[in-house]
Design a protein around this ligand. Sequence first.
Ligand SMILES: CCCCC/C=C\C/C=C\C/C=C\C/C=C\C/C=C/C(=O)SCCNC(=O)CCNC(=O)[C@H](O)C(C)(C)COP(=O)(O)OP(=O)(O)OC[C@H]1O[C@@H](n2cnc3c(N)ncnc32)[C@H](O)[C@@H]1OP(=O)(O)O
Ligand SMILES: Cc1cc2nc3c(=O)[nH]c(=O)nc-3n(C[C@H](O)[C@H](O)[C@H](O)COP(=O)(O)OP(=O)(O)OC[C@H]3O[C@@H](n4cnc5c(N)ncnc54)[C@H](O)[C@@H]3O)c2cc1C
Length: 664
Amino acid sequence: MKGVDHLAHERNKTEFDVDAMKIVWAGSRHAFELSDRMARLVASDPAFQKDGRIRLGRKELFKNTLRKAAHAWKRILELHLTEEEAGWLRNFVDEPSFTDLHWGMFVPAIKGQGTDEQQQKWLPLAYKMQIIGSYAQTELGHGSNVQGLETTATFDPETDEFVIHSPTLTSSKWWPGGLGKVSTHAIVYARLITNGQEHGVHGFIVQLRSLDDHMPIPGITIGDIGMKFGNGAYNTMDNGVLTFDHIRIPRNQMLMRVLQVTREGKCVKSNVPRQLIYGTMVFVRQTIVADASTALARAVCIATRYSAVRRQFGSQDGGMETQVIDYKTQQSRLFPLLASAYAFRFVGEWLKWLYTDVTQRLQANDFSILPEAHACTAGLKSLTTTATADAIEECRKLCGGHGYLCASGLPELFAVYVPACTYEGDNVVLLLQVARFLMKTVSQLGSGKKPVGTTAYLGRVQDLLQCCCDVQTAEDWLKPSVVLEAFEARSARMCVARAQNLSKFENPEDGFAELSADLVEASVAHCQLIVVSKFIDKLQQDIPGKGVNRQLQNLCYIYALNLLHKYLGDFLSTGCITPKQASLANDQLRSLYSQIRPNAIALVDAFNYTDHYLGSVLGRYDGNVYPKLYEEAWKDPLNDSVVPDGYHEYIHPMLKQQLRNARL
Ligand SMILES: CCCCC/C=C\C/C=C\C/C=C\C/C=C\C/C=C/C(=O)SCCNC(=O)CCNC(=O)[C@H](O)C(C)(C)COP(=O)(O)OP(=O)(O)OC[C@H]1O[C@@H](n2cnc3c(N)ncnc32)[C@H](O)[C@@H]1OP(=O)(O)O
Ligand SMILES: Cc1cc2nc3c(=O)[nH]c(=O)nc-3n(C[C@H](O)[C@H](O)[C@H](O)COP(=O)(O)OP(=O)(O)OC[C@H]3O[C@@H](n4cnc5c(N)ncnc54)[C@H](O)[C@@H]3O)c2cc1C
């Protein structure tokens, strides 16, 4: 790092091995080295520079994204990068584009729902980018309700083809990323109709554009759906609209792992459950959880470094003013977010493991943990994206006025990130799925079915309904068993209370609708328990590096005790803890903030973000904020001329008018 390090005094306070923490954050030495190499490769390549992109108009912005995606692909081929390396490289380019959907959804959909023959035919084309794919599920009229989609795929036995059609305006495909201007193909979700009978929604591989001149296939209408929230931000993506007028595709382009349609138009079910049609969403939700920690860590890194640079008030005898990071209010807002970044990292790691485990089991025809995988991915996607979007906004406020400048990097980060609360399942709709899973689990307790995995604690429900929290001193809140029991008891009691209320309804569906707001709260409690318990599990691992485990313990308890404080109503009303114990938890929280304080800068350094990736003047590694902020202001196009365009037309005549009026 060249030049003066304005944060050196902060780094000198560090009480742990930052390099060892970098490896913990990355997940392994291999992951660290690989991501570090790719981050530096991107940061050092002028073709990937990001300065000024927020000032580009839509067309320039989009073309710039196409240029970067093409350059990234060129570098991937030239350097013979592995799939893993290529994924990191695209990540550090840090610009949403059609490639996200091609690699993130189109390829996984074919892998997860295609037969062996379909995979053999389509994957090599996709891997070489000889075709570019998107994921066209959502329509103008329906997104959450997948079974309500209207596009039809009618089998024509005479020609051995499906006819894909958009019967209504609301059946227009609407939102798919990469679809508007780039994709040549899409996985299109449509209602399958054979021999006049409906067979639910299925995926079909449909060519959209000519591979020669990129013109839409006759009968297809396709375009971009228009500008989205924020400058730059997600507008690099061509989210699209698409309609079909009786488009014909060969029968073998229906993804047939779940259901096969024969030459005669007969439907033959395979042994895999129907829910596997939703498998791509499960995969992507899992990646979104991992991505949440990355986005949250970016915002926290910016806010933490800036909070150490920024000084306000408190100067005595003309000495230095107080660093805003030393205010307890700043710490109580910032450090729980820092702790959440680590918590989400570890739960994301665990979810990846769970997903891999489910995938292997599915291949061996074991579908038993599919409902749990669905509930965990849906619930954790919802919990982590909501918390991350809120946290990015909180980090903006933590940076005061300068946080509102685009140069802080936070407005763009927020605008890019916030749709994660909606895409891949609206966060409330997903929590309702978790609630269904929890209520089903509770209802089966009486029949002796033993809950496993993340709901195993519900098997001890009788104990959890009676247990009393064993906290007498603030230090008692640093016992993993105490924290875990408090979270388990809160979640179990909320689930049981909701189940009892549901049982009062004659029709369970009426009850579910009526109590849905309460049910969502139980889902949140359950998901928070998962995050806390996976963080505690992480602490039990042998983590090398001086002081690393100690810092992680502090972060873990900050995460848990801050939730306890924030959701105190739940903990008190369910009788899990007493007001006195809650007050002791707060005492402990304040003490933990003081312990984290000297390590805060090193804990964000451990994310190993380059200045290029952070894209923030406030979050610069060297803390040299003010000169760079000053320099940045002069780059604004308004400062190209001293007297602005429009002066002669609008300002000058107004001034003259006032002068005349004054003389009158
Ligand atoms: C620049 C930032 C990028 C960040 C991302 C980083 C990495 C990601 C990598 C790549 C992606 C690239 C970019 C990402 C950006 C945007 C892409 C966005 C894409 C999309 O949004 S695609 C569209 C997503 N749409 C949805 O999520 C729709 C939500 N709705 C549903 O999932 C379902 O309709 C529903 C709500 C679950 C209802 O289902 P339905 O069948 O009608 O009803 P139920 O009766 O409730 O369920 C029946 C039964 O099935 C079980 N179930 C439901 N879903 C699943 C599932 N997914 N898996 C397994 N099982 C499932 C349910 O539990 C029921 O079971 P029972 O036992 O009770 O019968
Ligand atoms: C940036 C972005 C990218 C996207 N990319 C893609 C893509 O590549 N491919 C694709 O197919 N789709 C994509 N989508 C679409 C996305 O998946 C849907 O928008 C999302 O699933 C939400 O569905 P909806 O829009 O129908 O919301 P709605 O369901 O209409 O939600 C509106 C409101 O109704 C509430 N609500 C809905 N149902 C219920 C219920 N049962 N109970 C209680 N409340 C309910 C919701 O909580 C929400 O508050 C994208 C969306 C965005 C914003």
